[in-house]
Design a binder for this molecule. Structure first.
Ligand SMILES: C[S@@+](CC[C@H](N)C(=O)[O-])C[C@H]1O[C@@H](n2cnc3c(N)ncnc32)[C@H](O)[C@@H]1O
Length: 318
């Protein structure tokens, strides 16, 4: 039985469809017998496909900060036996585990950022404004701070800055003011309470815009609760240093703030006198129309790929 009385089997039935799988395989699985690292293993969709493509001697380490999701990927990847090693960790803290396991250097490293459909669709996790649930939004439930803590405790000005910075929300001040007013009467504890406050705070026309008027507020809270942007650049730098010569790192980002960090970090690592990486995608790779039709989540996905420089010696021995 999983958390909140929902069985893991029931949750597994709701699929998370991995995005840009063929593109990722094309870049990442460039060598048979490869060693791979999936820093955000999720439901194991990409990992499973990598092992399938890479042949019988390939090995993979998968990491996720969400213990419940990791158990689901354990069930899915069970068929690969000892060729798969799973780690419950923030990818920031993954590197000491990697050293203990002793699989490096890696021929391919994947970051498929954000949350999975399984997390979004579980009302009890509080990620979605479309379902009634607690204002939680923690990917790692051992962490103490929830979205409700931020909404009820942050000073109004800091809340406004958060909505503006992480949600690029143009009505950030109005929304923060409305929250500050309401919480003097009662604490905001559920997704639907927050939706109602935001809806009332924004202009009528904005309520009926192309994207739902609370999308940006929820995105901002999720990024803040999980400190999603804090360690990405440093973790990509770590990943680059763990690649074999010619090894590749693929990153899929789902919003512009994440993608900017990926772009800037790759550029930095690919510049200077002794660059570590060379860029394989000058512009991000996007999903095809047909993939977006069958999986709307793919619409905002941006894939960037870089390769570890081969020194002259590496080039001769490759
Ligand atoms: C988009 S899903 C990955 C889906 C996966 N590629 C698949 O095919 O099933 C992103 C996953 O990354 C995890 N995650 C997000 N940030 C993380 C971090 N800093 N460290 C480790 N895992 C993280 C989330 O818990 C989620 O399960």
């Amino acid at each position: 039985m999983g958390i909140n009385g929902i069985s893991l089997e029931n949750k597994e039935k709701k699929a998370h469809i991995p995005v840009l799988v063929n593109e990722v395989l094309g870049w990442l699985v460039w060598k048979p017998k490869g060693r791979f690292l999936d820093c955000t293993v999720g439901l194991g969709g990409h990992s499973d496909a990598i092992l399938e493509r890479a042949g019988p001697e390939a090995r993979l380490i998968g990491c996720d900060r969400d213990a419940e999701v990791l158990e689901m990927s354990r069930a899915r990847l069970h068929r690969w036996g000892s060729r798969v090693h799973l780690v419950h960790a923030h990818y920031r803290d993954l590197w000491s585990h990697v050293e203990t396991i002793g699989e490096q250097p890696f021929d391919g490293i994947l970051f498929d950022l954000g949350v999975s459909s399984i997390q979004l669709d579980d009302a009890q996790r509080g990620f979605s404004f479309q379902t009634e649930g607690p204002l939680d939004m923690r990917m790692d439930r051992t962490q103490t701070q929830t979205a409700a803590d931020l909404v009820n405790k942050l000073p109004e000005q800091e809340l406004a800055d958060l909505f503006y910075r992480f949600g690029e929300e143009r009505y950030s001040r109005r929304i923060a003011r409305a929250i500050a007013r309401v919480r003097t009467e009662f604490p905001l504890l559920t997704t639907s309470q927050l939706v109602e406050v935001v809806r009332r705070a924004v202009p009528r026309a904005y309520r009926h815009g192309r994207i739902h008027c609370v999308t940006r507020t929820f995105q901002a809270l999720r990024i803040a609760v999980n400190c999603e942007l804090d360690d990405l650049g440093a973790s990509l730098t770590q990943a680059a240093s763990r690649l074999s010569p010619g090894g590749r790192v693929c990153v899929i980002a789902f919003h512009s703030l994440e993608d900017r960090i990926v772009k800037q970090t790759f550029r930095h690592l690919a510049s200077g006198v002794n660059p570590v990486l060379s860029l394989l995608t000058k512009k991000p790779v996007m999903a095809s129309e047909s993939e977006c039709d069958s999986n709307p989540r793919a619409r905002s996905a941006k894939l960037r790929v870089a390769e570890r420089q081969r020194s002259e010696d590496d080039g001769r021995s490759a």
